[in-house]
Design a protein around this ligand. Structure first.
Ligand code: GAL
Length: 415
């Protein structure tokens, strides 16, 4: 916006006593919602600009699913004393174990009270954002990790149905291979392999076993946990060999194009297929809980925080207010594939996938995602990629289990 125009807006704003209009300066929002997964954030930014036309918004994105690249850039900036005004961070240990314990974030408890958010958000979610008497970020959504995506018309053509257990999945995989489908499961780069692993682990261990892994009660070297890697190895045999070079979107594309039958991915895949690819949920594409996890909702939540030393603090606070508002959440989430974190969101604004996720969120057993920051500290999570590499190279369940336990011991998981 031109300087003259901004001054003019400022003058009107001050004259009318309107704080929103009077707000000027910049706002840098840092996230990994670039390109294909940008539309939801862009819609939220448009809404912000309507409310604060005098503010220059810098949509600072670093491409790379699950924040694989963005998190590294953020670290450099935070440690270098150049924090963005606000940044995307997962609720749970990714936020707490990293930036809160390092004393880099502002406590948002007063804002939560002022905005009525203690009532607006589920208590379990507020707990995930809380640490030592403070609340440290504002959740914009709830995503589900354990979802299996497919194209109904294709399954019909191949004469198979969505498998309900991993044993059934492996049998279906053999059927599809016999029908000439080389890689029935579409898989992408390392973090998406970890994402698949967490669905296999949830099915193998059950909700309690999964929780026990993160509280330290169940060791990775326990035979039950070693068995996760055994099943995972068999599942990998159903996947494409060029996984390492594919983004999560490219893996979804393989399913959409009929080159693969299934993909296990979080429900940002629903956002991608409906918002970007313009497919109709329920008819053009469909979903089921990942095998063996029916009745369990593995959740994660994207949130925004306020780093200490933000250069445009008031603009960032206004952003957080929008992020936590009903209007903001019901603008963002229908495009993103997630559901609102708020309890009062309007189901009519969501498509068939969103509405089914809302139902499951209310009725299912809730557990947290590893890969997307909810259950383990970043110190564990950031090394889990290496465990995955060890497994991919050795195909040895015990070796992977030992490596995971070594990291768990090193970071003091569950202590
Ligand atoms: C997750 C994030 C989602 C989506 C996904 C793929 O970690 O929570 O909102 O962006 O990564 O990049």
């Amino acid at each position: 916006m031109e300087v003259g125009m901004r001054k003019w807006l400022l003058a009107i704003g001050v004259a009318l006593g309107l704080n929103a209009l009077a707000q000027t300066g910049k706002l840098e929002i840092f996230s990994w919602w670039a390109g294909d997964e940008g539309p939801a954030l862009e819609a939220l930014i448009r809404l912000y600009k309507q409310k604060y036309p005098g503010v220059d918004v810098i949509n600072a994105t670093v491409t790379g699913g699950a924040g694989v690249n963005a998190k590294a850039v953020l670290k450099t900036r935070m440690l270098g004393g150049d924090p963005p005004d606000t940044f995307q961070v997962h609720a749970g240990q990714e936020l707490i174990g990293t930036w809160v314990v390092a004393d880099r974030m502002e406590d948002l408890t007063a804002l939560f009270k002022q905005e009525g958010w203690l009532q607006a958000f589920p208590k379990g979610l507020v707990d995930l954002l809380s640490y030592k008497g403070g609340i440290w970020s504002v959740p914009v959504n709830i995503h589900r990790s354990n979802v299996m995506w497919y194209i109904p018309a294709k399954l019909k053509e191949w004469g198979v149905t969505p498998p309900k257990t991993w044993a059934e999945f492996l049998a279906t995989c053999q059927t599809l291979k016999r029908k000439g489908l080389e890689a029935p499961l579409a898989l992408g780069e390392n973090w998406t392999q970890q994402h698949l692993w967490e669905s296999v682990a949830l099915a193998t261990l059950g909700a309690d076993g999964w929780a026990n892994l993160w509280s330290g009660k169940l060791k990775f070297t326990d035979p039950k946990a070693v068995a996760v890697w055994e099943t995972f190895g068999k599942v990998l045999d159903c996947a494409n060999k060029d996984a390492a070079g594919l983004s999560w979107q490219q893996a979804v594309d393989r399913v959409v194009q009929g080159k693969a039958a299934f993909n296990i991915m979080g429900d940002w895949a629903a956002g991608y297929m409906s918002t970007t690819l313009k497919l109709k949920p329920g008819t053009d594409f469909a979903w089921a809980p990942s095998p063996g996890t029916s009745g369990i909702f593995m959740m994660l939540s994207d949130s925004f925080g306020l780093p200490k030393g933000a250069k445009n603090r008031q603009n960032a606070i206004n952003w957080l207010k929008l992020v936590g508002s009903k209007e903001g959440q019901d603008t963002f989430n229908p495009l993103k594939g997630s559901i609102a974190a708020r309890l009062d969101s309007d189901p009519a604004k969501y498509n068939a996938y969103g509405q089914s996720a809302m139902k499951d969120w209310k009725t299912n057993r809730i557990v947290g995602s590893l890969v997307h920051g909810a259950v383990a500290p970043e110190s564990f999570m950031s090394q889990f990629g290496t465990v995955m590499e060890i497994f991919l190279q050795s195909k040895n369940p015990q070796a992977a289990a030992n490596a995971a336990q070594a990291i768990a011991n090193q970071v003091g998981l569950g202590r």
